[in-house]
Design a protein around this ligand. Sequence first.
Ligand code: THG
Length: 367
Amino acid sequence: MAIISPSRRLRRTPFSDGVEAAGVKAYTVYNRMLLPTVFESVEADYRHLKDHVQIWDVAVERQVELRGPDAGRLMQMLTPRDLRRMLPGQCYYVPIVDETGGMLNDPVAVKLSEDRWWISIADSDLLLWVKGIANGYRLDVLVDEPDVSPLAIQGPKSDDLLARVFGDRVRDIRFFKFDMFEFEGQDLAIARSGYSKQGGFEIYVENSEIGMPLWNALFAAGEDLNVRAGCPNGIERIEGGLLSYGNDMTDDNTPHECGLGRFCDTQTAIGCIGRDALLRVAKEGPVQQVRAISIGGDPVPGCDRPWPLYAGGKKRGQVTSAAWSPDFKTNVSIGMVRMTHWDEGTELEVETPEGMRPAVVHETFWI
Ligand code: THG
């Protein structure tokens, strides 16, 4: 593929100078912003992520900020997850659905206070939907995209690295909770979260000006920990079953089809715009669902369009993300499979760009 032309529409991030200096080899576009995908190689980055610690420019996880007396009410209108017990200092992974129950996004909701929330979005224009709802219902809430850019620290040495810069108090942050820490006079929320299963944190960097100073401080502190620039890893996230909005699911899918039923409390999520639609579809149950699928043979190429899954010559689903796993020594993938073929061990065939391959359905992911 050719090279992307830089322009104002394709936003840089507060960390782009650091990412370039670290030798980024490939980018994707996410929320109209640059997201690194490769530094050394996807396989080398994978090994390093699992063994050491990486700094990820995930500024593409843009924040939709809700501020005002109706912020909590608006947040509940967006999701079938019951938010009544959520406290300031907590993060929730929340499906966002439209009036048909279709997935619009799968962000992390961050509750800063009763009347101030961030929605840390995946790749879709959620700001427009949220502004439309806020104005259409005449809610007393301000909705905008603040100058906040997440920087993730991921990998087994994340605690040690972050403790050196912010103190041992970071070790006490529990999974999907955040606390406030100071850097160069700026208060920053740091959560134990991130788009890998290797452990780590996300720093919500408020104020672009401190982006590069923070990036540099983390690299200086972690030299002997073998800290490197990294990015969400295509192999590791498939092994861990972390879904990618726009790839593994779209607005044609319900949260239940995506395996996100555990994040839905549709009965009690009063006010959720998709509630009636979801109550209807939940009664029947989904007829297709996301599954882990192993694919036989040599390493497969990247999956840039759905690969059909067949059994007995009939289409039974599709693979939407795939990669060779060095640790599991098989191709790992994520797909959507029809109910009749979604049980553990079901044997299928997948049509890859390099021909038909045997595939096996799994009911759990690799890690
Ligand atoms: N962190 C933040 N914002 C994000 C992402 C993130 N925005 C974009 C994208 N990632 C949103 N999608 C996801 C997908 C999975 C998870 C988080 C965001 C995730 N899932 C865990 C899991 O499935 O094991 C934990 C879910 C839970 O138990 O609550 O972390 O990564 N800020």
